[in-house]
Design a protein around this ligand. Structure first.
Ligand SMILES: [Zn+2]
Length: 146
């Protein structure tokens, strides 16, 4: 890892933090003394299989994007969102078989974890994801939360 300020290669780690599939390292350049943070992330080759059979590489970034959209205007800190995405990602990796997971399984995991964090966001996601056939289904789902 080169120092982004002076490109020296000698740095020391001053602090480390691990969360889920991500590790953060606070580093200090031994030459110029500036500090910066590096991230290390697990990336497995995992395919999500959609309902129509198409495969797509599982992407943490896409998952994060979806979650952030879903939580729009909800009172949830970005740290909490990070943790939520970590948890979902870890469960997706654990659940996948032979590097494959169906999009509906991913959806189930997202729903289960969203439910623990924010009920409104959960309902929002469920409405889209489950494609509620009619308003009664939707009411039933809301009823279960009470
Ligand atoms: Zn430097």
């Amino acid at each position: 890892m080169l120092c982004p300020y002076c490109t020296a290669s000698e740095t020391k780690v001053t602090d480390k933090r691990d969360s889920g599939s991500e590790a953060r390292r606070r580093r200090e350049c031994l030459k110029c003394g500036k500090r910066f943070t590096t991230y290390e992330r697990v990336e497995l080759d995992l395919s999500v299989i959609k309902k129509d059979g198409r495969r797509q590489k599982f992407s943490r970034d896409k998952l994060m994007e979806g979650i952030v959209n879903n939580l729009e205007k909800r009172p949830i800190s970005s740290e909490k969102i990070d943790r939520l995405v970590d948890t979902i990602e870890a469960r997706v990796y654990r659940t996948a078989k032979d590097k494959d997971i169906s999009s509906s399984k991913v959806g189930d995991i997202v729903m289960a974890e969203l439910k623990k964090v924010d009920k409104v966001a959960y309902i929002r996601f469920a409405a889209v994801y489950r494609d509620f056939a009619d308003i009664d289904d939707f009411k039933k789902e809301i009823g279960k939360l009470k």
